[in-house]
Ligand binder design. Structure first.
Ligand SMILES: [Zn+2]
Length: 346
């Protein structure tokens, strides 16, 4: 009797393993941990890539009484897959819910690996973008078309490297980039299957998890995940540890939307890029930058300067004490966005 039960158990386990194996995406091979988990409060973790695998953005996860909620799922199916594998070292509880802070590739391109029963929550705009070929837009196109070039460059560097340590490092970078490209080839855009427009709250035991839209900013549909009891907010790229990409942004509205963030009562920010932080003055610095970048670039456009030229000339160096700014210049993709908005296009 016992032997029969054991055989059945093993059979079921083998089936589960086979199913999992067949779903494993390409490009998950890596050496060492792909993530460093920074535990900021009980059950609340910030997942930051170590460089062993291309993950690009940060994710966060919340371990509740009976389940796990993941906020953002990285740049590829492979990265999301490995995130789930590494979360298993912290807890055996199942991931039931994923929240996309916005539609960008480095936050939502892991969506496809989740079982259809998993709720993927995002703003209605995020769903619309992921349904309507967001990968055709410049941000992702620039990224993905750059990967083969990076691979060729790394191969050349490896061929000419004489120092063994430098060579090993380059070989790791090559493996990371090749794996990323392999995973990008399997990409199937998967939009949120649950949407919101202003606010939604999830309750898990004593935990309250608010998903809030605070106005247009980094995109037209960024949400933040706010835990009022723990005073933690996960901000995606609406607020990072430094500067944020502006390719799909509304820089002229963003600072005001950040005022709405300031009204929440929190002490810890888990951003979509960079380390977790507690210094709220970072919001003021970023707001000041956004207001200036808008007026600076607008001025250049009024003078008839091309976007390319404005991208070199726009001078935001007065913000260099608080933000990573080395000299004049603003990324072209951001300048082009501001030019489009000034022309009445978005
Ligand atoms: Zn990002």
């Amino acid at each position: 009797m016992k032997r029969v039960a054991l055989a059945i158990t093993i059979g079921v386990l083998a089936l589960v393993a086979a199913a999992a194996q067949s779903r494993r995406p390409a490009g998950t091979t890596h050496t060492g941990d792909a993530f460093r988990f920074n535990k900021v409060k009980e059950g609340i973790y910030h997942a930051v890539g170590t460089g062993a695998l291309a993950v690009v953005g940060n994710s966060s996860f919340i371990v509740n009484d009976n389940d796990v909620i993941v906020v953002d799922d990285h740049v590829s199916p492979a990265a999301a897959w490995v995130l789930l594998e590494e979360i298993k070292k912290i807890t055996p509880k199942p991931v039931t819910t994923v929240i996309n802070t916005h539609f960008h590739f480095d936050h939502a391109h892991g969506n496809q690996i989740f079982d259809p029963a998993v709720q993927i929550i995002g703003h209605e705009f995020t769903r619309r973008m992921l349904l309507n070929n967001s990968i055709g837009m410049p941000l992702y196109q620039n990224y993905v078309t750059g990967l083969p070039t990076q691979i060729e460059a790394l191969k050349k560097q490896i061929a000419s490297a004489t120092d063994p340590a430098a060579r090993t490092k380059l070989q790791t970078q090559l493996q990371v980039t090749e794996n990323n490209l392999a995973s990008q080839k399997e990409l199937k855009l998967t939009p949120p299957n649950v949407t919101l427009t202003t606010q939604m709250t999830l309750y898990r035991g004593k935990r309250e998890i608010q998903i809030r839209y605070l106005g247009r900013g980094h995109t037209a549909g960024d949400v933040v995940v706010y835990l009022p009891n723990e005073k933690v907010v996960m901000t995606g790229d609406f607020l990072t540890a430094a500067l944020s990409n502006m390719s799909d942004s509304f820089p002229n509205e963003w600072a005001d939307s950040l005022d709405a963030l300031k009204k929440l009562d929190f002490d810890t920010v888990l951003p979509g890029h960079g380390e977790a932080f507690t210094d709220k003055a970072k919001i003021d610095y970023f707001q000041a930058y956004l207001r200036d970048v808008w007026s600076e670039v607008s001025k250049l456009k009024q003078q008839g300067v091309s976007a390319e030229e404005a991208s070199k000339r726009a001078d935001l160096t007065r913000h260099k004490d608080h933000l990573p700014i080395q000299g004049p210049g603003v990324p072209l993709i951001g300048v082009q966005r501001i030019y489009s908005l000034l022309d009445g296009k978005s």
